[in-house]
Design a protein around this ligand. Structure first.
Ligand SMILES: C[S@@+](CC[C@H](N)C(=O)[O-])C[C@H]1O[C@@H](n2cnc3c(N)ncnc32)[C@H](O)[C@@H]1O
Length: 227
């Protein structure tokens, strides 16, 4: 090891900003998945970074991933998971699963990239049982006016083409509500926390729920029904 410095500044690969946001994301990913149980569907699972992080109480994960290279990595990651994971080629806009089949849906850094956000969210609503949870960790529209304008300009020009279909200015919480979910909790975050904000720095970590319909279907009591 002669002549090799242990000082990270002299190492050939040294990305402190990336390393910090990645470490932060790790903690947020654990928070995203904490307490999940039963059957879970993860949308846009990528290389399967979540698989080893799922709580053991999860009975099964169906991991949707449309991109073939990432899907191959996800299949390998599934072998290292503590819970059974099936990796499935599909898109959020048309999920090849039955309605109301899952206790939870998980999305992380995906809703920015789906082609049709409204349709995707309605699919997530369809496959979730009433009372089931949508857990999301997403980036979206910044609060500050200058950054929001920058995001809009980027989305209309180079960003989606350069970043795999990603859009920076989507209003995630509003769109989740519009698709019929109730928001249980959500927290706005900045990733990375310090330094110059990026177009993707404005993040939200949240839990939404598919509402349980009233036991009587929401209509008037039987005695008052017409006919
Ligand atoms: C930024 S990566 C995030 C991957 C992973 N969720 C994570 O947190 O590491 C975005 C992922 O969304 C996937 N994706 C893009 N469009 C999608 C769609 N319409 N339906 C499902 N997944 C999609 C991509 O293939 C990619 O795996």
């Amino acid at each position: 090891m002669r002549g090799r410095s242990r000082d990270v500044r002299h190492q050939p690969v040294h990305h402190p900003l990336f390393a910090r946001s990645y470490a932060r994301l790790g903690a947020l990913r654990d928070e995203l998945l904490a307490g999940l149980t039963g059957r879970v569907i993860e949308i846009g699972a990528g290389s399967g970074l979540h698989f080893a992080r799922y709580p053991r109480q999860v009975a099964k994960v169906v991991a949707i991933e449309p991109e073939s290279h990432l899907r191959a990595l996800a299949v390998t990651a599934a072998l290292r998971a503590h819970v059974p994971v099936d990796v499935v080629p599909a898109r959020a806009e048309a999920l090849p699963v039955k309605s109301e089949a899952f206790d939870a849906v998980v999305t992380a850094l995906v809703l920015c990239s789906v082609r049709d956000l409204g349709r995707s969210l309605r699919e997530l609503h369809r496959v979730l049982r009433p009372g089931g949870e949508l857990r999301f960790l997403e980036h979206g529209r910044a609060r500050g006016r200058a950054m929001a304008l920058t995001q809009r300009a980027l989305d209309r020009t180079v960003w989606p083409a350069l970043c795999g279909g990603c859009h920076t200015s989507r209003e995630i919480v509003a769109e989740v509500r519009r698709a019929g979910f109730e928001i249980d909790t959500h927290r706005r975050l900045r990733v990375p926390e310090r330094g110059l904000p990026l177009p993707t720095s404005s993040c939200v970590l949240g839990v939404a729920r598919r509402p349980v319909p009233p036991a009587d279907g929401g209509g008037p009591p039987p005695g008052q029904r017409a006919g």
